[in-house]
Design a protein around this ligand. Structure first.
Ligand code: SF4
Length: 356
């Protein structure tokens, strides 16, 4: 690889030795002496509909500059699996042949909205025992260019064409806070007013509870909203299903969250994957209410049925136990949503994504 000429400004080079076009911010086009107004070139290349197949609609001078200075290779969609619920899982191949999965989930509400579930790593190092990605181990981080490219390809293939209809969730393969530098640069690009301009209120980073990453993200701008997977109500059970809890237990996790300074209207989201016979007792519900009750900041709680897959012996909860769990939470004043998993039939739901 060639040396990065501006290591203090530019994203790390891709395998080609050049920085990714999709990870550059407008001022960095200037640093690379792009021919023309940097914000125009940024806007042209950040809109997926401005691309014809893999070539942007830009003039010849910019195309020649691109060939010399940047890596403009988008991930290649190699498989498409559409669920009966309307969501679609795309398998994307990266420049080194690694593959990731990303999920496009349209919602039929008054105004159409689409949630894109993004991957941040090939595999994952966190080893959560209910998760198919965790069973694979980690292969590598995605670069910022690959993360932005993932968004552009999903939008180009499946829409929507209106950026204000897009919600991004980093809930696919990987622990995003384990790859925070690249994830955050991607967020800066996707949030930029001259690009897709996706509000940080519509970008959620979901963590398994990597406290060092939470503390770093708390200091960054722009800052996305945070979701935390809890999945157990006490340390022993949580350490068994989420090894990260051995390094940062529930008390330490709450300290990190209490230190976060939320913006107006910002709320944390907590996810609790309900697993049959593991974390679905009335006592679990009581402990969960108590833990959440001690938090300083506003939050929502989502219950998710365990999505079964071949890499785990865990089973989804029985319906009567799920209903009793929800009732027990609500009786104690806890606001809870039972989240409907999307794409289960195409192995595209929470905890089911793998490196194909
Ligand atoms: S649940 Fe998330 S953090 Fe845990 S192993 Fe799976 S992808 Fe990694």
């Amino acid at each position: 690889m060639t040396a990065n000429p501006h290591p203090w400004e530019l994203p790390a080079p891709e395998r080609s030795g050049k920085p990714s076009l999709f990870a550059l911010l407008p001022e960095e086009f200037e640093a690379l002496k792009a021919p023309g107004r940097a914000d125009h070139i940024f806007a042209q290349t950040q809109h997926p509909w401005a691309w014809v197949e893999d070539r942007p609609r830009v003039n010849r001078a910019i195309r020649e500059w691109m060939e010399a200075h940047v890596d403009a290779v988008l991930p290649t969609p190699v498989e498409r699996h559409t669920s009966e619920d309307g969501s679609t899982k795309l398998v994307l191949e990266l420049s080194d042949g690694e593959r990731i999965e990303a999920v496009h989930m349209p919602r039929e509400v008054r105004n159409p909205r689409v949630t894109l579930c993004l991957s941040s790593q090939v595999g994952c190092a966190m080893g959560c025992t209910f998760c198919a990605t965790g069973a694979m181990g980690i292969r590598r981080n995605l670069t910022a260019g690959e993360i932005v490219g993932q968004v552009l390809v999903l939008l180009r293939e499946l829409g929507p064409e209106q950026p204000h209809q897009i919600t991004l969730v980093f809930m696919g393969m990987g622990e995003p806070l384990h790859n925070l530098d690249h994830v955050h640069r991607a967020i800066r690009v996707l949030n930029h007013e001259r690009g897709l301009n996706i509000s940080t209120r519509r970008i959620t980073v979901s963590t398994s509870g990597l406290v060092s990453g939470i503390e770093k993200l708390a200091t960054l701008q722009p800052r996305p909203w945070l979701a935390v997977s809890l999945n157990a109500s006490h340390d022993e059970a949580r350490s068994a299903v989420m090894p990260v809890n051995r390094a940062w237990n529930l008390t330490r996790l709450r300290q990190a969250l209490d230190a976060w300074k939320p913006s107006p209207k910002e709320k944390f989201t907590f996810e609790y994957v309900l697993i049959h016979g593991v974390n679905d007792t009335p006592e679990d519900a009581d402990r969960l209410v108590a833990w959440l009750g001690e938090l300083r900041h506003a939050h929502n709680l989502n219950l998710i049925r365990m999505n079964e897959h071949s890499a785990s012996t865990f089973r989804e909860p029985q319906e009567d136990r799920l209903n009793a769990f929800v009732a027990r939470l609500k009786d104690q004043g806890c606001f809870v949503t039972v989240r409907k998993s999307r794409g289960r039939d195409v192995q595209g739901a929470c905890g089911q994504l793998i490196r194909p």
